[in-house]
Each structure stands twice: as structure tokens, then as C-alpha cells.
Design a protein around this ligand. Structure first.
Ligand SMILES: [Zn+2]
Length: 72
């Protein structure tokens, strides 16, 4: 799967930049129950792509295979 974002990191946390627009997802608060900062940022960017760009690569063509998201 082609990444939908570029990932970088600074002293405050993880930054994901959308490749289709200037949108940025920054995660600088660590919630251990939700996984790593990178995982949280990736999920936020995934949601951005789904809502802003109507991209949903996780669902095509494996519409029923939601379990794969757990591997993030
Ligand atoms: Zn975007």
C-alpha cells in the first residue's frame, strides 16, 4: 500500500503530513492505551483521508477484512 502521508518527528512528537493537501496531524500526547504516537497519528491521518479525500484503501478490495487494522 502506498503511504498517504510523510512522517517526521521533532522534540514535541510525531508529525504526519498529508500528501494531497497541507493538512498536518500532530501527536504530542502519549496515550499508552491507544498505542504508540505513530499509531495514533497514522489513525488520525487515515481518518483525514477518509473524510477529506474520500480515500479508504483499507476497505478496498478487502471490505470485510477489518481485522487487518489491528496490525497497526
Ligand atoms: Zn489531505
Amino acid at each position: 500500500m502506498t503511504p498517504m502521508y510523510t512522517i517526521s518527528k521533532d522534540s514535541e512528537g510525531v508529525i504526519l503530513t498529508c500528501q494531497d493537501c497541507p493538512h498536518i496531524e500532530r501527536v504530542n500526547v502519549f496515550h499508552s492505551s491507544l498505542g504508540s504516537q505513530r499509531t495514533q497519528a497514522a489513525l488520525a491521518m487515515f481518518e483525514h483521508n477518509r473524510t477529506a479525500h474520500h480515500k479508504d484503501p483499507m476497505l478496498a478490495p478487502l471490505t470485510k477484512n477489518y481485522g487487518r487494522m489491528e496490525q497497526w
